[in-house]
Design a protein around this ligand. Structure first.
Ligand code: NAD
Length: 428
């Protein structure tokens, strides 16, 4: 992520912005296009609250280790806070604040009644046994208990955490409440209140938005070539759905490299990260490429869906795609965004494109509060409706204000958040 990039760069190298710097700069850019009370903008520069907790863990060998955990809660004017919990050695307070701001915009652009939050523990989960991870998660839930809850702040999985982590978290929270509170987290296994379709939702939304963008540009999807970096929860469903819609997916990759077939890959046959981790390169394809080469392929649509900061000042001029749809969070640096703007290459931003994840998390929360389970068909239909609604709102801003897709998405979000602040007012 951005903050990790800056912390590892040498002093004489240009550093990427941190997540917090990016979030604040995006807020300023969007505010410049809108007539919003400067007092509201000033409030939105700051998180409402940041909780820092110490999380003691009894290791398997009987020793005690203490980890630092955070929960940044940016803004709750439109509803309870919502956002992921990551277990990663690079988690910092500032990164949590920056990512919590992104969550505010992501929820608002989707018109979901949640505000933004993000949290995590500074730990490498690969250094922990499954039992240690469970104890750490349960203790973290206990430390955060005063600040979270189904109507206050609803965490979700993120880097280094998964559906099992959310099940432990929900169980630990519920045990102290004296009743099952499935709505305290989303991204749970369906058997304990998770939603069908949550796992593929961010990739599905990327495919829906890419399909709409292809249509908007007047292209025929049957004649459209696509390259996807990353073949995990986001990249694989996105590639497979676009393949199903008739697009030709010529390249996909994992951390080890990319496979390439100019006639199109059978994306349903390539193993996803979940089906068999890091197995993309084992697939029998005509050519292999590096991840760097994949980003510079001469394709119509490029979908970076692996990690942040892969499209940079160094490679933006060499990108040959005519449309970029951001599957990962923050794959395009600010400098690269400027190059794409100059080159008039549309970049559909992460806060819109991969928002299917938080949208189906919202559906999960609704199902939990109502003690109902939706069919997969219903989840897909409602996600399609919500994505098209958000796409239309952003498209209108692009057309009305002649701005980039990223600025348009932030403007839609900021307008909604600011209007809520203006109606509620500042008390006292
Ligand atoms: P994942 O772990 O399921 O898959 C990641 C894929 O990227 C794997 O194929 C992996 O091999 C590959 N990869 C890892 N490091 C790479 C590298 N350095 N270069 C190229 N490929 C690499 O992860 P995911 O859940 O699909 O998340 C991908 C991105 O999407 C992240 O930025 C994440 O924050 C974002 N995102 C995820 C969700 C979600 O709910 N899963 C929602 C919104 C956004």
């Amino acid at each position: 992520m951005a903050s990790a990039a800056s912390s590892t760069a040498k002093d004489d190298e240009p550093t990427e912005e941190t997540a917090l710097e990016t979030a604040r700069r995006q807020l300023q850019r969007a505010a410049a296009h809108l007539d919003v009370d400067p007092g509201v903008i000033e409030r939105l520069h700051h998180p409402n609250q940041v909780h820092r907790v110490s999380v003691p863990l009894e290791r398997d060998d009987g020793t005690t280790a203490v980890y630092t955990g955070y929960r940044a809660q940016h803004d709750s004017v439109r509803g309870p806070y919502k956002g992921g919990l990551r277990f990663h050695p690079d988690v910092t307070e500032d990164e949590c604040i920056g990512l919590s701001m992104w969550m505010t915009w992501k929820c608002a652009v989707m018109d979901i009644p949640f505000g933004g939050a993000k949290g995590g523990i500074v730990v490498n989960p690969k250094d922990l046994s499954t039992d240690e991870k469970e104890r750490l998660t349960r203790r973290f839930a206990e430390e955060l208990r005063p600040f979270i809850g189904p109507t206050k702040d609803i965490p979700a999985p993120d880097m280094g955490t998964d559906a099992q982590t959310m099940a432990w978290f929900m169980d630990a929270y519920s045990m102290q409440e004296g009743e099952t509170q499935a709505g305290v987290v989303t991204g749970k296994p369906p058997v304990v209140g998770g939603s069908k379709g949550r796992d593929t939702a961010p990739g599905r939304s990327v495919a829906i938005v890419a399909r709409e963008a292809i249509d908007y540009l007047g292209w025929d999807i049957e004649d459209t070539t696509v390259a996807v970096q990353g073949f995990g929860s986001v990249g694989a469903p996105a590639a497979r759905l676009l393949d199903d819609h008739g697009a030709t997916v010529v390249a996909v990759s994992d951390v080890n490299g990319a496979i390439y077939d100019p006639d199109g890959l059978d994306t349903h046959d390539v193993p996803t990260h979940e089906e068999e981790p890091e197995a993309v390169m084992k697939y029998d394809a005509p050519e292999t490429l590096s991840n760097e080469d994949l980003l510079e392929l001469d394709v119509d649509v490029l979908i970076p869906a692996a990690i942040g900061n892969v499209l940079t000042a160094e490679n933006a001029s060499d990108v040959q795609a005519d449309l970029i749809v951001e599957g990962a969070n923050g794959p395009t640096t600010s400098a690269a965004s400027e190059v794409f703007e100059e080159r008039e290459i549309p970049v559909v931003p992460d806060i819109l494109a991969n928002a299917g994840g938080v949208t189906v998390s919202y559906f999960e929360w609704l199902q939990d509060l109502n003690h109902r389970s939706w069919s997969l068909e219903r989840v897909h239909e409602e996600l399609e409706t919500e994505m098209l609604r958000a796409w239309e709102a952003v498209r209108e801003q692009v057309e009305d204000h002649d701005v980039t897709w990223r600025d348009a998405a932030y403007m839609v979000a900021l307008e909604r958040v600011a209007a809520a602040h203006e109606h509620r007012g500042l008390w006292p």
